[in-house]
Design a protein around this ligand. Structure first.
Ligand code: AMP
Ligand code: MG
Length: 411
């Protein structure tokens, strides 16, 4: 018979469990993905530009391509009049040469005609289409965007390790790339367990509650770039748990469960997975003591406790940094700041406490202030929903006094 948690010597530190989770999850393989599917992912290799940016000299403004020498004497009261040779809209590919003493009407982004060295903006002309009166001189190169000014073809444009946000993806496409090598996002199966769980808008009967962990964890995982599928409620029944989930494993890279791992009598996750080789134990933290991780038919599994606050704090402490690292991010931790505590907090001896808090930054050199948001209870989800940080109280601290300086993780 298994002894209750915590009495079997399986109490491990936050760092130890984090290292186990990291080891079980491992690193993601490199794959080529179409650009639109790369948003938020990390580039796995340096990539070089297929073309220069701009790919050709072009006009930065709507106006007239000219030779600066031809309009040198133009002024407000002494406009220079030139015949308009051609119209060059953006996208025209057969570009007529500019003869001396003439102008071509040109649009933003259109190639500069050979023979022209500058652009006079339309506002400094009468806008003529056969002949144009130009009322200001142009310096050579005015309003011309030079080929290769931004990127030179063949050079590295995006470096390995870059997080692919809107600007990076736009640049990738601008230099002619349609696929990029990225760390493949894992397909994560999120599983909520508990016979008491009901999905909204189903009416609740006494003794039932609405399921909340799966949507919460799915949102957290999606924000990291994971592809999530969720089984929102599995009853506390070992054979049904196995029968429901085993068929899903074939196309799953990571299973994240919540509930069913503590010291009660109906701990379905523990009962179903302990013999499959998943290790369960107690981590010296509050909330989120009962944790587990391992492999199930070869698929990494991380089992989180069921209380919603415990589940989300566990996600923050263990899964978020692990998955960011697995996906190639170097910036894996929440920003940590020091803040002055607005009221005294107590914390259990020997456990690292993560309290939901509200942090207000200080101005200038003044340290920010943090207060607890709600009590330490791991069922107080509304307080979490109003928090903007976690207050971290170290294992050896049992009381953090008002006005003392504490560590805060900004969410
Ligand atoms: P457990 O770890 O399964 O004993 O669950 C601990 C507490 O969290 C119980 O009060 C459960 O009803 C609650 N709980 C477990 N899973 C969920 C869930 N997915 N959504 C909301 N509450 C849950
Ligand atoms: Mg349960």
């Amino acid at each position: 018979m298994r002894r209750p948690n915590g009495e079997d010597g399986l109490v491990i530190s936050v760092e130890e469990h984090k290292a186990r989770v990291r080891e079980v999850v491992g690193d993601r393989p490199v794959v080529e993905r179409a650009l639109p599917d790369c948003a938020g992912l990390v580039l796995a290799e340096d990539v070089t530009a297929n073309v220069s940016l701009p790919p050709f000299d072009n006009s930065a403004m709507d106006g007239y391509a000219v030779r600066a020498a031809d309009v040198a004497k133009a002024g407000q009261d002494s406009p220079v009049e030139l015949p308009v040779g051609a119209d060059i809209p953006a996208g025209r590919t057969d570009i007529p040469t500019l003869e001396p003493g003439t102008a071509h009407r040109i649009m933003t982004g259109a190639p500069m005609p050979p023979g022209a060295d500058s652009v006079v903006i339309v506002e400094h002309t009468d806008g003529g289409t056969h002949r144009v009166r130009i009322s200001s001189p142009a310096t050579e190169g005015a309003h011309v965007r030079r080929m290769g000014e931004d990127v030179v073809a063949g050079t590295v444009t995006l470096r390995a390790g870059t997080v692919l946000g809107p600007a990076q993806l736009g640049l990738g496409s601008a230099v002619g790339l349609d696929r990029l090598p990225v760390f493949e996002p894992p397909r994560v199966l999120v599983v909520s367990t508990g016979t008491e769980l009901v999905l909204p808008p189903e009416p609740l009967r006494h003794g039932q509650i609405y399921e909340s962990n799966s949507v919460m964890l799915a949102a957290g995982l999606s924000a990291l770039g994971c592809r999530v599928k969720a089984v929102r409620s599995v009853a506390d029944d070992v054979s049904r748990f196995r029968a429901t989930l085993e068929p899903e494993l074939a196309d799953t890279d990571l299973v994240v469960t919540s509930g069913g791992v503590s010291a009660g009598a109906y701990e379905v996750v523990k009962d179903a997975l302990a013999e499959a080789g998943v290790e369960f134990g107690k981590v010296a933290m509050q909330p989120g003591g009962p944790q587990g991780c391992g492999r199930w038919n070869g698929v990494p599994v991380v089992t989180l406790p069921g209380n919603p606050v415990s589940a989300l704090v566990s996600f923050e402490v263990f899964l978020r940094p692990t998955l960011l690292a697995a996906l190639g991010h170097t910036d894996t931790e929440r920003q940590r700041v020091r803040a002055r505590l607005a009221e005294t907090l107590t914390s259990p001896k020997g456990k690292r406490q993560f309290r939901r808090g509200y942090y207000t930054p200080g101005k200038g050199q003044v340290t920010g202030v943090v207060g607890p948001q709600g009590g330490p209870g791991s069922h107080l989800l509304a307080s979490f929903a109003q928090a903007n940080c976690l207050i971290e109280v170290a294992e050896d601290v049992t009381e953090a006094k008002k006005d003392s300086i504490v560590d805060v993780l900004l969410l």
